[in-house]
Design a protein around this ligand. Structure first.
Ligand SMILES: [Zn+2]
Ligand SMILES: [Zn+2]
Length: 319
């Protein structure tokens, strides 16, 4: 992140004679009619009208004279209009900051008002999220609590065993050049454009500060590298009649390009029930022997969830 900062004069329009684009810092009185500057009429100038302020000592936002309401620099001890001491003077109102949008136009940065609006819409979103969460909680509670008893008979058995197979091969990847592994073969390098944000902040003394902050993106590399990657799965399925087995593999082992190796293995055993109405329900069992123990045609008592209509597999009891 790099940042550069420059100070420019705010501009103001005279409310007495209508003179435009007067300078906030160096023209405290209207050069046309002599009318005092009203800090509330200050604004950020157009890009072409910007006047830079060099070595300007910032002494604080302007004070408003407690006696005659004229605004003046904090450097003054007494009001240049009526002579009253201005130590107790209140700070002039500050203008909301600006931020440059993607199209180059200036838009209000998060001002107090904007933040108020955002928090109102945030409150609305919060309310909607709250209602959704409440509805979900009600649903979960109903799903857990509302169940009806049912009689189920064992009608199906199935098992599945699956192996993920990885292949060692050349792949193309992209990433920050400094984190490319040593064995990576770099094909191309690109440096993305830096992203810059311009912001303007009213300093309240007739000047504003313009800040340009840029992020320096890391150089990106496209490279080729040999690595293990999930390529396919081998799967075997069956019922009670066939003993569960792992799929037969014919792998080309080793560390060559195109060589294969086994990775994750998963297995599942499912018992299928029909309820009194003939509606099917499945329960997964982790242990093979327990799975075999569910004899075909055996009757079980169990609970069906009212919400969802599915069987609570933990509720099964042999009849
Ligand atoms: Zn004027
Ligand atoms: Zn005064």
């Amino acid at each position: 992140m790099t940042a550069s900062e420059k100070t420019y004069e705010m501009q103001w329009d005279c409310e007495y004679c209508g003179a435009k684009k007067l300078l906030g810092l160096s023209q405290r009185y209207c050069p046309t009619c002599g009318g005092p500057q009203n800090p509330a009429k200050r604004y950020f100038p157009a890009e072409s009208d910007k006047v830079a302020v060099e070595d300007h000592p910032f002494v604080g936002a302007d004070a408003t004279c407690p006696a005659c309401r004229h605004a003046m620099s904090r450097a003054c001890n007494n009001c240049s209009n009526c002579g009253s001491p201005i130590d107790a003077g209140k700070q002039v109102a500050m203008h909301g900051g600006q931020q440059q949008g993607a199209g180059g136009q200036w838009q209000p940065a998060e001002s107090t008002e904007a933040r108020g609006g955002a928090s109102a819409s945030k409150r609305k979103i919060g309310l909607i999220v709250g209602l959704i969460v409440m509805a979900l909680v009600v649903l979960v509670v109903a799903r857990t609590a509302l169940k009806k008893d049912a009689v189920l008979s064992v009608v199906r058995h199935s098992w599945m065993r699956e192996i993920t197979i990885e292949r060692f091969d050349e792949v193309e990847e992209q990433g920050a050049c400094r984190s490319v592994p040593a064995e990576g073969r770099i094909l191309s390098r690109t440096t993305p454009e830096p992203k810059c944000t311009m912001t303007r902040v009213d300093k309240g003394d007739g000047t504003f500060k313009e800040t340009k902050a840029c992020t320096e993106p890391a150089e990106l590399c496209t490279y080729r590298i040999d690595k293990w990657k999930a390529a396919r799965t081998a799967k075997e399925t069956g019922g009670l009649e066939s003993a569960p087995t792992w799929p037969a593999l014919n792998l080309r082992l080793g560390n060559c390009r195109g060589c294969e190796r086994t990775a994750a293995k998963t297995e599942s055993y499912t018992v299928g029930f029909d309820d009194a109405q003939g509606k099917p329900h499945d329960c997964e069992v982790t242990d093979v022997n327990r799975w075999k123990g569910f004899a075909k045609g055996a009757k079980f008592g169990g609970q069906i969830r009212v919400v969802g209509g599915d069987l609570d597999c933990d509720s099964l009891k042999a009849k």
